[in-house]
Design a protein around this ligand. Structure first.
Ligand SMILES: Nc1ncnc2c1ncn2[C@@H]1O[C@H](COP(=O)(O)OP(=O)(O)OP(=O)(O)O)[C@@H](O)[C@H]1O
Ligand SMILES: [Mg+2]
Length: 330
């Protein structure tokens, strides 16, 4: 039975809504729960726990591109009832921020203001004014969590003093007067935070999810592929170690494995096939990587020895290009 383009589109939309719980979700949730106060019944409150030094603490989620960081943090924040809209004002209690590139104290402050709804500031405010409005708005809107996604870009400005000032400002936002919990998610470069500012680093619990492991995670990945195939009404045919090949082709990144699975399903649906097979994965992955057929992990007999580093850089560059233009407009 061939499906119409509209049916295929709808099926793919449904597949993209599937969420597979991972250690990222569990860890981010567990750490966030430690940082929020609870009432007598044990319900989380939209109030941060303050340490002995009267400041909040934060979370840093560090993982390579395509692991699943953004998904895990966004889903956790959205599913935390205490951070839902303030019943009086309707304002969300958390703010999601894409770190502007290049990030300086000024561009960061202006980006936060834009996210708070101050998009077209006509006068030229000083850095001091920008941050004083930020603090005021945080208090007014009852913001409890400030999340910097792609937080590694905080360390890209090149100027040590810019980075230093931003980290100082983040530290000050965590003090009682503003008292926001800060979450940072980003790639390994985010771990450089320790070398820039040990004090900031100490305030953050680090979550470093592990990559998928060849062999140990094959069964899990087979289950994931089967779930997605079922969602599309396809029969999974995973012989020839499709799961192992997918782990290798995804460089062990969970999110990338899911993206490739959805692409492969799209191929199968467009071909009018009833099953999801290695050749669908080969076509989908090959199109993403732009590699020759004999270098394709779903085709090559010696797939495990194929070196994929260059492709990984290309993938990260392509994702960056997708994510960043909208930020630069701010
Ligand atoms: N737990 C999950 N269940 C289902 N799909 C997921 C899950 N985690 C991630 N994905 C999917 O994997 C892809 C990559 O995830 P995400 O964008 O969250 O990764 P990331 O680590 O933030 O990557 P980057 O560093 O490039 O920003 C997305 O298409 C996302 O929908
Ligand atoms: Mg991301």
């Amino acid at each position: 039975m061939t499906r119409s383009p509209a049916e295929i589109f709808r099926t793919l939309e449904e597949l993209r809504k599937i969420h597979i719980p991972t250690e990222r979700d569990r860890e981010v949730r567990a750490q966030l729960e430690r940082l929020l106060r609870v009432d007598n019944q044990g319900n989380l409150l939209p109030e941060p726990v303050l340490t002995g030094n009267l400041e909040t603490r934060g979370i840093a989620l560090i993982e390579s591109a395509g692991g699943g960081k953004t998904t895990a943090v966004r889903r956790t924040l959205e599913n935390t009832a205490a951070l839902g809209p303030d019943p009086d004002t309707g304002n969300s209690r958390f703010l999601e921020m894409q770190v502007p590139s290049p990030a300086t104290l000024k561009s960061l402050g202006l980006a936060i203001l834009a996210e708070l709804g101050f998009k077209d500031i006509l006068s030229k405010p000083t850095i001091w004014e920008i941050w004083s409005i930020v603090r005021h708005q945080f208090r007014l809107k009852g913001i409890v969590v400030l999340w910097f996604d792609e937080a590694h870009d905080l360390f890209q400005s090149g100027s040590h003093s810019d980075i230093d000032e931003m980290l100082k400002m983040i530290k000050s936002l965590m003090k009682k007067e503003t008292g926001v919990i800060v979450i940072m998610s980003g790639t390994e470069r985010l771990s450089e935070i320790t070398s820039f500012d040990a004090q900031v680093s100490r305030r953050f619990t680090k979550i470093v999810p592990s990559d998928l492991v060849q062999g140990a995670d094959n069964e899990v990945i087979e289950g994931v592929i089967a779930k997605y195939a079922k969602g599309a009404g396809l029969k999974p045919d995973l012989k020839d170690n499709v799961a192992g090949r997918l782990i290798h082709g995804s460089r062990g990144r969970f999110g990338r494995a899911i993206e490739t699975t959805i692409f492969a399903i799209e191929r199968a649906l467009r071909d009018g096939d009833q099953s999801l097979r290695a050749d669908h994965f080969a076509e989908a992955w090959g199109a993403q990587e732009g590699c020759s057929w004999d270098e394709n992990v779903f085709v090559a007999a010696d797939w495990a020895s194929l070196r994929l580093d260059e492709g990984s850089e290309k993938y990260e560059a392509a994702r960056n290009a997708r994510v960043k233009p909208s930020r630069r407009r701010r």
